[in-house]
Design a binder for this molecule. Structure first.
Ligand code: CMP
Length: 412
């Protein structure tokens, strides 16, 4: 059989731009063979782990290429460089031929996801993430207070099991005895015999802060990914059939970064570590799908983080609307109208403004005659207007930043 994987080698001269942030049509990503490449972002939100200078063996452009979104970084050649370019459609073949590269990519992505998640929690909710298993007790207490006994029961059980010497173990035992008659938990433990699992609605699949041994592929139903932050349940994502979750613990040997709860009656396929390693060679399409999902999540969370760095609140509203349009891939045709699936209140929450700040700024947003409310949902009569406004504010931020840097330079 001849090798259908056709990778191209490309060379770039020192100082040339290989990819540019914001540019659409990211079809290829790159693996560096020789030379160095510098990665930069318009808004440096969080320090990149491992620095911004790439060396041979490193890769870039994967997030935007595999999620089919615009580039979220700029890559410039620091020396003459030689690269391998990989088309999105060839990712599956790359895994088959070179499983270690694929594993390196998803492992790095998982790490990236974790610190972007943490940064977003820190910035928007002003709270630190907790790796500590005693956090399980807080999760249980939260759900008990909400009378969501299935979830509470599961989390108390995990707390007692994973922190047997914990200061609240006695209390947790008492709570378990009390709520047991009202609680259902189908799988309190991992079932190593049966990999197809059925979870009735409102059952916890796993809790944040517990150890993880499996990842899951949703076959039927819907699963919500949540976190308890400052005694509130924060919804990170609502997942649907075909989606994969629970991979971060497996890839990094860390506790669960969030809880997974059946949002509807759901059927899941569980994959343990051993089966996962096998899948890399036997089912490359699943690894490709996992890479796509991780890329989409990273793209989205990076955009949300960049949004928090914009200083003008009206600019933030336009930018948040543009992110949503890009996320659901609305074509940016002139005169194309679109109704968002949320209203003004949710938009304010989305960008983390307080109610009073928000109301003042919403007023300004609706001065734009192309932005309206229909059935309590935000409606735009021309999607290009959102792109134009968001672009305008971004440009103003850049000018302002340059001006400040200029004044600072002049002052020193
Ligand atoms: P893991 O940490 O094992 O358990 C929680 C899972 O939730 C995690 O793996 C990811 O699969 C998923 N997850 C974490 N953060 C997010 C996010 N921001 N958006 C979507 N899914 C997430």
């Amino acid at each position: 059989m001849n090798n259908p994987l056709q990778l191209s080698l490309v060379n770039f001269k020192k100082a040339s731009y290989i990819i540019v942030e914001g540019k659409q049509k990211a079809d290829y990503f790159f693996i560096l063979r020789g030379g160095n490449v510098r990665i930069s972002k318009e808004l440096e939100v969080v320090e990149e782990e491992g620095g911004n200078l790439l060396a041979p063996g490193d890769f870039f452009g994967v997030v935007s290429t595999m999620s089919s979104h615009s580039h979220i970084e700029t890559a410039q050649a620091v020396s003459d460089v030689s690269l391998i370019s990989v088309h999105r459609d060839q990712f599956g073949l790359l895994i088959e031929k070179n499983a270690p590269v694929a594993m390196k990519i998803i492992q790095q992505f998982s790490k990236k996801m974790r610190y972007l998640d943490e940064a977003l929690t820190r910035i928007t909710l002003k709270s630190a993430a907790s790796d500590d298993p005693s956090h399980l007790f807080k999760v249980a207490e939260y759900y008990a207070r909400q009378s969501q006994y299935n979830q509470a029961f599961y989390a108390y059980h995990q707390y007692v099991k994973n922190v047997p010497g914990g200061e609240n173990v006695q209390l947790a035992r008492e709570r378990i005895a009390k709520i047991q008659p009202y609680a259902k938990a189908v799988y309190l433990e991992v079932d190593n015999e049966n990999f197809t699992r059925t979870y009735p609605k409102d059952n916890m699949i796993f809790s944040e802060s517990q150890p993880g041994q499996e990842l899951y592929i949703i076959q039927k139903g819907a699963v919500k990914i949540t976190k308890i932050v400052n005694d509130n349940e924060v919804l990170l994502a609502l997942l649907k059939p075909g989606d994969i979750f629970g991979e971060m613990s497996i890839l990094e040997d860390k506790p669960r970064s969030a809880s997974a709860i059946a949002y509807e009656d759901s059927v899941l396929l569980a994959v343990n570590k051993v089966n996962f390693s096998r899948m890399v060679s036997t089912q490359p399409q699943i690894i490709t799908r996992l890479t796509q999902l991780l890329s989409e999540r990273i793209w989205f969370i990076y955009k949300q983080l960049a949004n928090t760095q914009l200083t003008n609140p009206l600019g933030r509203l336009y930018d948040a609307l543009l992110i949503q349009l890009e996320k659901v891939r609305v074509p940016m045709n002139p005169g194309e109208s679109y109704t968002f699936d949320f209203g003004p209140k949710e938009l304010i929450n989305l960008v983390g403004l307080t109610k009073s700040e928000g109301n003042a700024i919403l007023h300004k947003l609706f001065e734009n005659t192309k932005v309206k409310i229909a059935d309590n949902k935000i409606h735009v009569t021309d999607v290009q207007e959102i792109e134009k406004q968001a672009g305008y504010f971004r440009k103003m931020e850049k000018i302002e930043k340059a001006r400040k840097q200029g004044t600072m330079k002049a002052a020193t």
